[in-house]
Ligand binder design. Structure first.
Ligand SMILES: *Cc1c(COP(=O)(O)O)cnc(C)c1O
Length: 477
């Protein structure tokens, strides 16, 4: 299909506003040399263009979207209604705090609620994504060691099952990353952990339940060992779905956490944001919290702040959505959602594991990982092929080839917002694909056949991405 620039016709769609009759004299320096190359198109054609694009892609409103570690759950519309109230949208972060009391109350209430849920004492909403929350948390750890003159601690320990952002954030915060092994049960190998702890250890970053969907049975021992070695414990709570309202990271030895409001707390994500990755901590770290803060209706700043990680107070409307989600669920509903998320994942795992072997054959938490290693060896059908085949059933593929410790991995996270009928339908699709793998593996490898675009050249897209529209080329034609 044509790009929006290729649909542009000079002079089209510009008659909404009368000609400007205000003259503003600007200094030369900030002025453009020539007008920006914006598409000119009627409102009618513009609407059609984006509707067509939306139809060609898949979102959570189109069907089941079991993308592991991403929590593609339903985003209740009431969240959007709240986030579009003029009292929340028509404000400016430089307004005096006493003119935006409702808004500061949203921040205060959300902070207190999330601290209660996570067992933390304080929290910042500055980080605009999970990865930025990690980065912030690591800077808190760094500031803590520095404040004690304990600057030899250069290492952050991360298990091999971790989300890729963990080692990246640690490296960005200036740490050396030490990777430790998972054992045959998918848990942290305690001996490997002990072997790597020492006076060089700044801390441990852990996702629990981890990215294979398992809750580490030695968690209390793990956090105790890290503390004994003088390190701090960081909890990656991007996806809190399995334990929200049930287990508090602060009660099992964690000092710092981040949450992804755009996952567990049902604010829309995908397509690049806006996100929110609040970072929570125990009292002794609160003096280092970043940037500008709203606390008890006032604008303040932490005493020994590490500095701003974004502008102002964070993505406020994402916070409004998350608070709406929490208040509509209530203190009874929140643990219930965790239980249903875990139930849905186990239901699917049980109904599929006879055909698709699971990587760790045990009760899972909010997600589970299948390994198609044997199917790949015997039938030459890969995890990617099965993921593509699901598209023909109207199902978004699960996460593929992650975590890295499982060969031919497909990672399924159904979330609590799907009904039994939707799960049964997906189970049937998986089973039908399996039958096809046995009967005609080539047909599976040729899927999808019903989508607007078939197989993409994924290697080409990764190696030679075209990220910018080349206007000069258009003129040459
Ligand atoms: C999604 C996720 C992240 C990163 O969150 P972003 O908002 O994409 O930066 C980190 N850790 C885990 C476990 C995640 O699932």
């Amino acid at each position: 299909m044509k790009l929006i620039f290729e649909r542009s016709v000079p002079g089209r769609g510009q008659d909404i506003f009368p000609e400007c009759d205000v003259e503003v004299k600007l200094p030369e320096s900030p002025l453009r040399e020539k007008a920006p190359n914006l598409p000119e198109i009627s409102e009618n054609e513009l609407g059609r263009h984006y509707t067509k694009l939306a139809r060609a892609s898949r979102g959570v409103n189109d069907g089941f979207y079991p993308l592991g570690s991403c929590t593609m759950k339903h985003n209740p519309r009431i969240n959007e209604v709240m986030a579009s109230l003029p009292g929340f949208t028509r404000i400016h972060p430089l307004q005096p705090a006493d003119t935006v009391k409702g808004c500061t109350e949203v921040v205060d209430t959300l902070r207190k609620t999330l601290c209660e849920i996570t067992g933390m004492d304080d929290m910042t909403f500055q980080p605009a994504a999970g990865a930025q929350g990690e980065f912030t948390g690591l800077l808190l750890i760094k500031a803590y060691h520095k404040s004690r003159g304990d600057e030899g601690r250069k290492e952050i320990i991360i298990p091999d099952s971790a989300h890729g952002t963990n080692p990246a954030s640690a490296a960005m915060a200036g740490y050396d990353v030490v990777v430790i092994k998972s054992n045959e049960k998918g848990m942290i190998d305690l001996d490997d952990l002990k072997a790597h702890l020492g006076p060089q250890t700044a801390g441990l970053m852990l996702t629990n339940p981890n990215t294979v969907g398992l809750f580490d049975e030695n968690i209390l021992e793990i956090t105790r060992l890290v503390h004994e070695a003088g390190g701090l414990c960081y909890y990656d709570g991007a996806n809190l779905n399995a334990v929200i309202g049930i287990v508090r990271p602060g009660d099992i030895g964690f000092d710092v956490i981040h949450l992804n409001l755009h996952k567990t707390f049902s604010t829309p994500h995908g397509g690049g944001g806006p996100g929110s990755g609040p970072c929570g901590c125990k009292d002794f770290l609160a003096q280092f919290l970043p940037g500008k803060r709203v606390v008890n209706g006032e604008y303040t700043q932490a005493e020994n702040s590490i500095g701003c990680v974004t502008g102002f107070y964070g993505n406020f409307l994402v916070m409004v959505r998350a608070l709406t989600f929490l208040l509509t669920n209530g203190s009874d509903g929140v643990p219930e959602l965790a239980k249903n998320a875990v139930l849905n994942a186990n239901y699917m795992q049980e109904k599929l594991k006879d055909l698709y072997p699971v990587a760790y054959d045990t009760t899972c938490m909010h997600e589970f990982v299948m390994s198609l290693e044997s199917i790949h060896k015997e039938k030459n059908v890969s995890a990617l092929d099965v993921a593509k085949a699901l598209l023909d059933f109207g199902i978004h593929p699960p996460t593929m080839y992650f975590p890295l410790i499982v060969d031919e991995a497909l990672m399924v996270e159904p979330t609590e917002t799907e009904s039994r009928e939707v799960l049964d339908n997906a189970i049937e699709a998986f089973r039908a694909i399996y039958k096809k793998i046995i009967d005609s593996p080539a047909a599976v490898a040729a899927s999808p056949v019903t989508t607007p675009i078939k197989r993409l050249d994924e290697v080409g897209a990764a190696r030679h991405p075209i990220l910018k529209y080349d206007f000069s080329q258009e003129k040459a034609e």
